[in-house]
Design a binder for this molecule. Structure first.
Ligand code: ZN
Ligand code: ZN
Length: 77
């Protein structure tokens, strides 16, 4: 069994929009704090492919999802 290496997605997407509130260039402390304390793991719906069209997955960001702190293998930004 190989353990996948999970890289957390940026809070601001590559166009500069916040993943939480959708604001451009967001600096909201609520979003910053939420992101800092977030944990991420491979999306169970698409297996990390991140292809929303192919598998109908709309939960994940680039193949990973935000999970609870106790989730096995969860990584922090
Ligand atoms: Zn935000
Ligand atoms: Zn997914």
């Amino acid at each position: 069994m190989s353990v996948p290496v999970v890289v957390t997605p940026p809070r601001l997407n590559f166009a500069g929009f916040c993943a939480y509130c959708g604001m451009h260039a967001c600096t909201d402390p609520v979003c910053v704090a939420r992101y800092r304390s977030s944990r991420w793991a491979v999306c169970p719906s698409c297996g990390g492919v991140g292809d929303c069209d192919g598998v109908g997955c709309d939960l994940c960001l680039y193949g990973v999802i935000e999970v609870c702190v106790n989730h096995p293998g969860a990584v922090q930004p």
